[in-house]
Design a protein around this ligand. Sequence first.
Ligand code: BJ8
Length: 424
Amino acid sequence: MAEDIREIWKDLNIDLERHDQLLEALPQVYEEIFLSQENRPKAMEYFDAVVADIHGARIKELYELRKQGKPVLGTFCVYVPEEIPLAVGGVCVGLCGGAEFPIPDAEKHLPRDLCPLIKSSFGFLVARLCPYCQVSTVIVGENTCDGKKKMYEIMSKHKDMYIMEMPQVKDEDGKEYWYRQVVKFKNFVEELSGEKITYENLKEAIERVNKKRKALEKLYELRKEDPAPISGRDANLIAQIAFYDDVDRFTNQVEKLNEELEERVNDGIGVAENAPRILVAGTPMPIPHWKLLYVVESCGAVVVCEESCTGSRYFEGKQVSTDGDDVNDLLKNIADAYLNTNCAIFTPNEERIEDIINKYDEYNCDGVILYNLKFCQPYSVEHAKIEEALKEEDIPVLKLESDYSDEDIGQLKLRVETFLESVS
Ligand code: BJ8
C-alpha cells in the first residue's frame, strides 16, 4: 500500500494493525465470489478496481474534500438526501457495515442479539477500522428502526452526529413532517459548510443524482432480459458502490457498462442461460455482505433483481423533479421522491407488497427469496405478511434469515437447492 495513503489513515486515527488484518482477507474472497465468474462484462473492471482499492483512492478524495471544508457526511440510510450536501460541493458516504470483523468490538457496548448491520456499523466506528467513518465530518443518522436509533445515542458519544427524524406513516401529516426534516437538514448542511444552498446549486445536484439513478434504472431494466446479461452479484456490487463512489464518475461507468450489456442482449449473450430467475427481496446487503447472492448463484440460479436498499429501493421512484421556482420547491420535490422508498419501518407498507409482486412478473422470475438479516424485526414481521400475499398469487417463495458469518453457508445452500428444484 502506498505510503501516502498510510499517512492519511494515520492522520484519521485508524488502528493500522487491525486495519491491515481486515484488508488482508479481501482479495481472496473477491477472487472466489467475483473474479472466478466466467464471461463477465469487460466494464466490470472499473468496479473491480474500486473494490481492490476500497480504502485508497476514494478516501484520498474525501480527505481532500474535508480539508477544503466541504461536508463529508457518513450515512446509514437511503432516506438521507444526498443532493443536499452535493449542492455545496460536499458528499454523502454510505457507511452501513456489512462485515463480521468489527462485530466483537460492537458487542462490548451493544447487545449480542441485535441486527448485524447495526453492530457492524457501530463496531467499525468504535474500533477505528473504517476510513469512511473516520473521514466523515459528521455522521447523519435517522430514526428508522429501534435498534438503529438507540445505537445512534451511543454512537454520538464517539462521533459528531446529526439525526433526521422519520415519520412512520406516509399520510399527509407524515409527508409534511418529513418535508420539515428535509428543510432542517438543508439548514444544518448550510451551517456546517458555511455556504448557501441556492435554487441553482440544488437544481444542479438534483440533476446529477437523477442521472446516476437513471443509469442504475437502465442497468436493472437490462436485467429483465432473458438470458440476463449480468450476474446478480455483479449488479448488486454496483448498487453497493453507488453509496460511496464519486457521483459523476460512477454514473459514467454504469452508462458504459449498460452499453456493453445492450450489445450482449442484442447478441443473445447472457449469464447462466436457462437458470431459474430469482428475485431477492428484503433487508439491505451492504458491502462486503455478498454471501446470499453468492450462495443462490452457486446453486445454479441467477438473481435478476434485488428489492432492497442496496438494490431497487436506492433508485426507483426517486427521479426528483426540478419543477418549481425556489429552493423550498426543490426541497419539497426531494422530500416527495424520497418518501417513495418502501422501508419496513413504515406502517402500513402495502406498496412494498405490490412492488414485489410486480417485480416478480416484470423480471420474469421463477421464485422469490425473502431475505432477512437476523434480529431485524421490521422486515421479519413484514415478510410473514408478504409470504402470505405471494402464496395467494401462486408465487414460489422461500424465507431466509442470516448474518455476516460463514457458519450457515452449507445450510443456506441446502435450502436454496431444495427451493430451486421446486421451481425449475
Ligand atoms: S430505508 S431498510 S436503509 S432503514 S438496521 S431496518 S436491517 S434492524 S437498514 Fe434500512 Fe433505511 Fe429502511 Fe433502507 Fe432491519 Fe437492521 Fe434496522 Fe435495517
